[in-house]
Design a protein around this ligand. Sequence first.
Ligand SMILES: [Mg+2]
Length: 291
Amino acid sequence: VEEVRLLSRRYGAVLLDLDGTVYMSTAPADGMDVLVDLLPGAKEFIAACRDAGVLVGFATNTSYQTPEVIAARLRRAGIPAEPGEVLTAPGSIARQLLADGVRETAYLGGPGVRAAVAAAGIPVVGVDEVDPEAWADGGGPRAIAVGADPELRLATLNRAAELVDTGARLYVSTLEPHFPSAVGRQPGSGPIVAAIAAMARDRLEPVVCGKPSEFYAALAAQYVAGREPVLMVGDNPATDIAMAELLGWDSLLVLTGTTTAADLKGATAHPRATFVVPDLTAALSTPADLP
Ligand SMILES: [Mg+2]
């Protein structure tokens, strides 16, 4: 607790990754969401930050669900959270579609992708609902927004490839092949892009919008604007710590998800975190410098 008081004096905002940092998903819930197990110290660390007046936000690369569903998932697990505090990869995709002047979008993935694009005011339909000939008329610019979806069919991916061949650009959450869960690795959006690239005639150059892209970094910086300095908390050096480095923020690496203590030995090529702790329980007491 003493150390969190120190952190709260040092930081005006704390952004936390979710999977592997705050919780691990364990099983599909009734309906569309997943059940999660909180990781050690996460609830207490977040509560201590809020008690100290630190701005808290959740910065996830999750693409399937909406911020509303993710905030409800956190609340169900005992962590107060509002949708406006949840930054997602589809939120970053939508922000970039607007910046690029995209006028029409087809999507692949879960409700999180469709909802984020629609919320940005851009017309969006499922890839299967688009007639490729209608998109070949040169109007646009048009785009395909892609997030993870374990249920995709090859016919749908082929339709996306046909849309790529009309000149539509593809915006994707991440190129990661998997993401971790308590019930084993789950397919990410990387293989979806690979399948579309394999079927498209035109060369595919996806716009990657999740952490640690400059687009997600801009979304995160906008969220904490005026509350610097910022601490980024995450389990993945390649995404969470790399984005903190890009933004010039301090970072806290937890070893509850993607990264193990063994991974750190000799890992000089990785972006280096400011602090490394076994889990967020340790962050409540004695953050240690990276050995
Ligand atoms: Mg993570």
